[in-house]
Design a protein. Sequence first.
Length: 153
Amino acid sequence: MYKTAKAILKNDEDVLDAMQETALTCWEKIGTLRQERFFKTWMTRILINHCNEIYRQRRYTVSDEMILEAETQENGYITMEWEDFLNGLDRKHRTVVILYYVQGFKTREIAEILKVNESTVRSRLAAARDKMERLYERSNVVSGRKFMKKSIG
């Protein structure tokens, strides 16, 4: 839950609020869960809804100090380079990448969580991969780590 919420919100206080609200909602609404095997998908959908709500509320109230704190804070779950690539994505692509690569959900499950078509999830993943590849190539050129093919001859 933490990784998913962190990908959307980036602020530990907001992440903890979203996780707490999710736990409370799951506890209160557990009777609405139709099949126990879908608990993780159901809970993740609730978490994303809470994250989106917090994101909308806090979008215009983020201070410069919070941005600086988020940028400099060490995250033990994701390497700084991975975090930089994720930050280069917009929210809808970042969410799909986290759910697919970090949380291990299948595209069908992500589609259910986000309430979009499975083809939309696949296209967002493809677009995110392309964007991350461009960011990776650009970072290698900027840092002087440009990879060149050796010519035979």
